[in-house]
Design a protein around this ligand. Structure first.
Ligand code: SF4
Length: 107
């Protein structure tokens, strides 16, 4: 097993990932230009990306596990670092739940 984030990060590729970061909450910023049907509001009133019944962002192209609005994706998605600590954490959690057959919970 790789012990440093940097070494493990070289093994992370979006093309072979189940887009697990697209299950995280995506809070929309005032400058984000997202179509209304892709967004919703939380009980607290925050404007966020809507999710499908399986927990993925509704902008995810599930046939290819790619963002369908990549060029205009929200700022929080742009700042998410592939192979960063948060990426590695959500990948590990996802892999653990899948390996144990535990239903995935939403954040
Ligand atoms: S907007 Fe695109 S990159 Fe952001 S969570 Fe949704 S599918 Fe993923």
């Amino acid at each position: 097993m790789t012990t440093s984030d940097g070494a493990l990060a070289t093994q992370v590729e979006c093309g072979t990932c189940d887009a697990v970061c697209c299950r995280l909450p995506v809070v929309l910023m005032p400058d984000d230009d997202v179509a209304g049907h892709l967004a919703t509001r939380t009980a607290e009133g925050l404007r966020v990306m809507a999710r499908d019944e399986d927990g993925w962002c509704v902008a995810l192209d599930s046939a290819h596990m790619r963002c369908s609005i990549y060029a205009s994706r929200p700022a929080i998605c742009r700042s998410f670092r592939m192979g960063g600590a948060h990426c590695l954490d959500v990948r590990a959690d996802y892999a653990d739940h899948r390996a144990r057959g535990i239903p995935l919970t939403l954040y």
